[in-house]
Design a binder for this molecule. Structure first.
Ligand code: IVH
Length: 687
């Protein structure tokens, strides 16, 4: 046997040589020796470092990320088998567990339990010899697993040499390898960027990353670890409880759950379950339940094991969040604003603690992407209180019909196609320009959109019907009194007075407000129709441009785009709305009910000195309030914008004008003050 000096020299030589090969391999992308030769050097250094922990320096290449790829994982027999836990789902099962424990311990006193999260990753056993990490393996069948030591070595959170002291000559540390939620999101983003396969969930990502034959791939994956127990070597530890064990593991440098506690009796267990259930969404890692362990190690030994699970511990699991079921049909639902959502009708399935019969498919693009069809078997997910959704289909289970030969099968069902008519009202369904969401275009007519449409119609900036709030609209629509805004003008005192909680005075006031709303402006009327993408300003532009409703109704998309500030998106939603006969019918009814406005012939509007011009107001004006200046400019055909650009025609600057003034000067936009503004209004732009 060589002396320590000679060994130390050999180790230093090896480190230098391996580092040179590493440099050549990783940095220069020019391998200098065959993998097998490199492995031999690496193993020699590992053996030396294991034999003489004093030789192990923090910068040894053996401490580094990744080693040469393996052909297969060698099997590894666990010193002490890795058991599994029995499961409980219901409080009664937890109470029965506690009862069995007390029976086994022959006590009626409340038992102390060490409680901790049940990590949703994969179980691992780490062997430390004389404080050094020498081997790590998966659980496998419990008796033996696969040795994945090089992969585990890449986990920066694992101590390669135990901290502190007092560890036995050989100890197996048991715990869970997992990926934190945030790291998972980032990992999938990277996978997507590189056009690599994305992982379904953090557990799959952790399992896939740990089972890489090339640990250099593992090294690039954000694997984490939590310790929760000990296999071989447990008997040599100077402790009496599980809680002390976890503290000891923490002192040796292992990550342990912060959420661990000691509680008393079944009540304590259920209290902890509720507490963690609440914390679950905000925990940085996934858990699928909690684990209860009798705290006293002597009591654990007394209780022992049944078949392959301990009698002293149990897993209390959350309801599964994913389940398989069958798609019976694909319906579409219409939201309050007309948004059409495809929904899968499912064979009822128990998932996330409730029976689910419907799951959202979000939108047409999503259905296409997932290619969900009737008859498909799908993975349904319901996490916490979120709406159940269809995660993915199980391709192998898709019903197929035989084609002309063995390889020519085709699906029984065609791909999903969005209906062209609204299931609620029969109006056309259209997708806005650049939008993922399809919508029913029958905004004034569609029962699904009724309440929203009436509320918007009555709003202060629209038809301004005072006293018609959402409660009253709900009540009247639910009572069948209102089907569209046009029905407002047919309401009578008798019908209103018949409504619950409606006094005579209120009924009279409401009728008066409705009557008063008949006198309006074309701009308000257009705005009140609730056309998608047509806000107050656009409604004003439209009113000014067309002057008359008939002219607007006659305009096609091209004509609409002639209006200042109406681009393809607004023109498309206007054309869709005005093209829908159901909407025109309601508009006609509103007019015959007596809704009128003074027609805004552009020529009658006085001199349109600012026609087509955009102005920006900034700072405090001398005499005019901001709103009044805006009204004056708009009456003269101008538009008031909130920000300065190259397209701005004038910036009207008052006292303490700030960045907008600077921007105007920068861009060379003419700057005027209030006096000049008033002069222009009076005399015209060219004066
Ligand atoms: S103790 C003798 N504690 O659950 C029992 N297991 O069904 C040893 N697990 O394969 C397990 N978190 O992967 C224990 N805090 C925890 C755990 C935990 C997750 C997993 C572990 C094991 C399975 C048992």
């Amino acid at each position: 046997m060589p002396g320590l000096d000679a060994t130390a020299r050999r180790a230093a030589e090896l480190r230098a040589e391996i580092e040179r090969h590493n440099q050549a391999y990783y940095v220069l992308d020019a391998p200098t020796i065959p993998d097998a030769e490199y492995d031999k050097l690496f193993r020699e250094l590992q053996v030396l470092e294991a034999q003489y922990p004093a030789l192990l320096v923090p910068d040894s290449p053996t401490q580094r990320v990744g080693a040469a790829p393996l052909k297969a994982f060698p099997p590894r027999r666990h010193g002490v088998p890795m058991l599994s836990l029995n499961n409980a789902f219901e409080p009664a099962e937890v109470e029965a567990f506690d009862q069995r424990v007390r029976d086994g311990l022959e006590t009626i006193a409340a038992v102390d339990y060490a409680v901790e999260p049940k990590f949703d990753g994969l179980a691992i056993s780490l062997t430390y010899e004389n404080g050094l990490f020498t081997c790590g393996a998966t659980r496998g069948d419990g008796a033996s697993g696969e040795e994945v030591t090089p992969n585990l070595r890449t986990l920066r959170c694992l101590p390669l040499r135990l901290l502190g002291s007092g560890w036995p000559a050989l100890i197996e540390i048991r715990g869970e390898v997992l990926i934190f939620k945030q790291a998972f999101v980032e990992l999938n983003a990277r996978q997507r960027q590189r056009a690599d396969k994305e992982f379904a969930n953090p557990r799959n990502a952790a399992a896939g990353s740990l089972r890489q034959l090339d640990s250099r791939i593992t090294a690039g994956r954000p694997l984490a670890f939590f310790a929760y127990g000990v296999g071989a070597g447990a008997e040599a530890l100077p402790i009496k409880t599980h809680a002390e064990l976890i503290d000891l593991l923490a002192s040796w440098g292992f990550p342990v759950a912060e959420e661990r506690r000691v509680v008393q009796g079944a009540k304590g267990l259920l209290g902890y379950f509720a507490e963690i259930g609440e914390k679950r969404p905000s925990l940085p890692y996934d858990i699928d339940g909690v684990v209860y362990k009798v705290n006293k190690l002597a009591a654990q030994a007394q209780l022992g094991f049944v078949s392959r699970a301990p009698r002293f511990a149990i897993a209390h699991k959350f309801p599964a969040e994913e389940a398989l079921t069958e798609v019976l049909g694909i319906d579409v639902q219409v939201g309050r604003t007309g948004a059409i959502t495809p929904v899968a009708r499912l064979k009822p399935v128990f998932v996330g603690g409730v029976t689910v019969t419907n799951a959202t498919l979000h939108n047409e693009d999503e259905v296409r992407r997932k290619d969900v069809r009737i008859g498909d078997t799908v993975i349904v997910r319901r996490a916490g209180d979120v709406i159940p959704e269809v995660d993915a289909i199980v391709t192998e289970k898709r019903p197929m019909k035989p084609g002309k030969d063995l390889f020519d099968n085709e699906p029984v069902e065609p791909p999903f196609a969005m209906p062209t008519a609204c299931p609620e009202c029969g109006s056309a369904i259209a997708k806005g320009v650049d939008e993922a969401i399809a919508r029913c275009t029958g905004g004034l007519y569609c029962p699904a959109q009724r309440k929203q449409a009436i509320l918007h119609f009555a709003a202060r900036r629209a038809m301004d019907i005072e006293g018609l709030g959402d409660k009253l609209v709900d009540q009247m629509v639910d009572a069948g009194l209102l089907h569209s805004p046009a029905d407002l003008y047919g309401l009578t005192f008798e019908t209103l007075a018949g409504l619950a909680r409606m006094g005579e005075k209120s009924a009279q006031n409401l009728l008066a407000a409705i009557e008063k709303s008949k006198q309006t402006t074309l701009a308000r009327f257009i705005f009140a129709l609730g056309i998608r993408n047509v806000g107050e300003a656009t409604a004003r532009d439209l009113a000014r441009h067309f002057g008359q409703l008939d002219a607007l109704l006659a305009a096609d998309a091209e004509a609409l785009q002639q209006v200042a500030d109406v681009g393809p998106i607004v023109a498309a939603s206007l054309a869709a709305f005005l093209g829908e006969a159901h909407n025109r019918e309601i508009i006609a009814r509103l007019q015959s009910a007596g809704v009128v406005w003074t027609e805004e012939a552009p020529a009658d509007n006085g001199p349109q000195v600012f026609a087509g011009k955009t102005l920006v107001l900034t700072g405090t004006l001398l005499t005019l309030k901001r709103d009044d200046a805006k009204t004056l400019i708009e009456a003269a055909g101008g538009k008031v914008s909130g920000s300065v650009s190259k397209k701005t025609d004038y910036v009207v600057a008052g006292e303490e004008a700030g960045s907008k003034l600077e921007k105007a000067q920068e861009l060379g936009v003419p700057v005027i003050d209030e006096v000049e503004l008033l002069k222009l209004l009076e005399q015209g732009v060219d004066a």
